[in-house]
Design a protein around this ligand. Structure first.
Ligand code: IVH
Length: 670
């Protein structure tokens, strides 16, 4: 056996072994970094020696090899963007420009998919590499993640090397299901399918269950070096790709002139909402590929194609009522309840109104006919009132004087736009939102506590203060609607596990004003435990780099409230990590780099900057964006710029990427 084949076999076995430990047993023996190194070595060998590759290999299917590290991929042919036109006139200008020099009577119109552009490379009929567009010249290697998308063929019946480009997207059906799930789990919902697709595509497999890349789809629209295959037109390129088994949009058409193109655009204006994916326009391409090279491109877009963008969708409807929703901090947000209207393919029943000032500025009244608009977001907004349609039946909106949930008197602080319910201690609406927030991803990350359960917990009276969550029993919640014993067990076990989260999670979960995830980490770094934070004075907190006076005041105010101190005591009694023992022994893993300040700059090749930052934070270090005399290390990747020069000027220790990973390895966690 040849040495490459032998090494590859060895790697297959090792990776399979470790993947099993990781995925099935949840008992990894080696670090993610070491695992990824094995995978990377194998991927490199596979590229060089595809003849020894094993297509049936476990990680090829489940994506076990998808590291959370994306390697850069240089595009042989740059991945360009498209110039946009927004109306008939601009489109006519494009035709004018094109036809001045190149007479053409054939164009292809395709729907413009609102997704993520990727390039797929096939060698000897095998899918070997997939990359995002990146900056057009260098993208990210997302091969393993793309393998998990069902509609991307892993094999094609063609021997020659073939590169195609297309768009990864999330179907609307999957998008709705995903958001529903996230909502129930107390996670942030995605604003639109494009964001959801991008998040999903770039996520490392290890954080997903094996089916989670489901819901992503793909369409091919561009054949690189088409002439190589004797393909002479874009229409033939689409057909050529479809014949190979690549998914190609059904909605495309060859047109002879501007007027036919305009018909296509008009036809799909409404009809596109029947598609199960989001399209935001039409791409018009010159059909004759032999002319493409002659016409050329600007630095960012070809001159032989253009994107027509549809205007944002608007509709007229009536405001039936203005309701109030109450947030975690007691802020009252008005929401317009609308006569249901079809907008961009969905039935819209509500619109966000932001705050009372906006309502008076736009003079929005109940019973008004309003123009609403939806861009890519889920919740549409009111653009303007149709004042001509007023009948005299309109009712001027006033913010309620009392909280609709607890009847407390509403207050408005002099320097704030917001109206608030001041009853932080026992307003059921605030409590419900606080529970949701407490359990959310950036807080204690308790899966299973989302909207529905939060409501049930408040309504049943089981949770009156946040610490009550840790006193819940399987029996007490298993009778809830849509719960049952099995799910209840899972939720209780999730709650139990959350007790050991780092103290920064607990600080963030408390919902102290202005104290989000980052500020919570700063506090935890500096004080290590909640006890110390509670007794710290304002200036001590304000002096932490990145905190400042407003946050310090807010932290002080929070702990001046005895209720909150009692809450922390209760957490302690119930075994939730408040960092108390940290001053003793259990702090080992947290403090190896504690107090050290890192700044990352330039492009790292083995991880994104965020991922590298996460690793040092886990060792107790702090990460900031700017270099100062307090910075301990600047990690300089490729193309590091001004931060590097500043570090040099200040004499701050500079680490190359290699030195950085070595440093982490010395802590044995890289
Ligand atoms: S052709 C050389 N066709 O829109 C450019 N692009 O706004 C070739 N897009 O970067 C692109 N649908 O990601 C083409 N049917 C389609 C498309 C499409 C969506 C994307 C593509 C491009 C972006 C520009």
């Amino acid at each position: 056996m040849n040495i490459f084949e032998a090494r590859m076999n060895e790697l297959y076995n090792q990776i399979e072994h470790h993947a099993r430990l990781y995925y099935e047993k949840d008992e990894p023996e080696i670090s993610d970094f070491d695992y990824d190194a094995l995978v990377r070595e194998l991927a490199d060998l596979e590229r060089e020696h595809p003849e020894f590759s094993r297509p049936d290999f476990l990680t090829h299917k489940v994506g076990g090899s998808a590291s959370n590290l994306f390697k850069p991929v240089e595009h042989e042919v740059p991945m360009l963007s498209l110039d946009n036109v927004f109306d008939n006139q601009e489109l006519a200008d494009f035709f004018g420009r094109l036809n001045r020099e190149h007479n053409s009577d054939s164009y292809v119109c395709e729907m413009k998919i609102d997704g993520i552009a990727v390039s797929l490379l096939y060698e000897n009929g095998e899918f070997v590499q997939g990359a995002t567009r990146g900056d057009g010249k260098v993208g990210e290697d997302v091969t393993e993640n793309l393998r998990e998308i069902d509609s991307i063929p892993k094999k094609l019946r063609i021997d020659s090397r073939l590169e195609i480009r297309g768009e990864v997207l999330m179907t609307l059906d999957s998008f709705r299901k995903l958001n529903q799930l996230r909502e129930e789990n107390g996670e942030k919902v995605f604003a639109n399918p494009r964001n959801a697709a991008a998040g999903n595509l770039r996520k490392a497999s290890k954080n997903l269950d094996s089916k989670s890349r489901r819901g992503l789809d793909f369409f091919a629209y561009y054949l690189v070096d088409a002439e190589k295959f004797g393909v002479k037109t874009q229409a033939d390129a689409l057909k050529f790709m479809a014949d190979l088994g690549l998914p190609v949009q059904a909605a495309y058409q060859v047109c002879e002139n501007l007027s036919e193109v305009w018909d296509f655009i008009s036809h799909w204006h409404e009809k596109r909402f029947e598609l199960d994916y989001v399209t935001d326009g039409v791409v018009i391409k010159l059909n004759d590929l032999t002319q493409w090279n002659a016409i050329g491109a600007t630095s960012h877009a070809p001159r032989w194609a253009v994107a027509f963008k549809y205007p944002p969708e608007e509709a007229l409807t009536k405001i039936l009522a203005i309701n109030i929703s109450i947030g975690r901090t007691g802020v009252l947000t008005p929401v317009a309840i609308l006569e249901p209207v079809n907008l961009a393919g969905t039935i819209v029943k509500r619109a966000g109104l932001h705050n009372a000032d906006e309502i008076s500025r736009k003079d929005i009244r109940v019973n008004d006919v309003v123009r609403i608009r939806k861009a890519a977001e889920i919740i549409p907004e009111v653009v303007a009132v149709e004042k001509d349609s007023r009948t005299g039946q309109e009712i001027i909106f006033e913010m309620p004087k009392r909280c609709p949930a607890c009847n407390s008197e509403i207050v408005r602080l002099p320097d704030e736009v917001a109206y608030r319910c001041p009853n932080r201690a026992s307003c059921p609406a605030q409590l419900r939102e606080s529970i949701k927030y407490f359990a959310s991803r950036d807080g204690m990350n308790i899966k299973g506590i989302g909207s529905r359960l939060s409501i049930q917990l408040v309504e049943s009276g089981l949770v009156k203060i946040l610490s009550d969550i840790y006193e819940l029993k399987v029996e007490s919640i298993s009778g809830f609607k849509r719960m049952g014993e099995k799910l209840a067990r899972k939720v209780i076990s999730e709650i139990d596990q959350s007790k050991t989260r780092p103290v920064s999670s607990l600080i963030a979960a408390l919902g102290i004003r202005f104290i989000g995830k980052n500020a919570a980490e700063l506090l935890a770094d500096r004080f290590r435990n909640l006890e110390a934070i509670m007794s710290a004075d304002e200036s001590e907190i304000a002096n932490i780099d990145g905190m400042g006076e407003v946050r310090a005041r807010s932290v002080r105010a929070f702990f001046q409230d005895d209720e909150n101190v009692r809450l922390i005591r209760r957490f302690e009694e119930l075994g939730v990590n408040t960092g108390k023992s940290v001053s003793g022994s259990s702090s080992q893993t947290q403090t190896q780099l504690s107090g050290k300040n890192f700044v990352f700059t330039g492009t790292l090749s083995n991880a994104t900057r965020e991922e590298a930052a996460e690793k040092v934070k886990n060792l107790g270090a702090r990460v900031s964006n700017s270099v100062s005399s307090k910075t301990d290390y600047v990690v300089a990747g490729e193309k590091a710029g001004s931060k590097l020069s500043r570090a040099e000027a200040l004499g701050v220790k500079i680490l190359t990427e290699r030195e950085f990973w070595d440093l982490l390895a010395s802590y044995n966690i890289a």
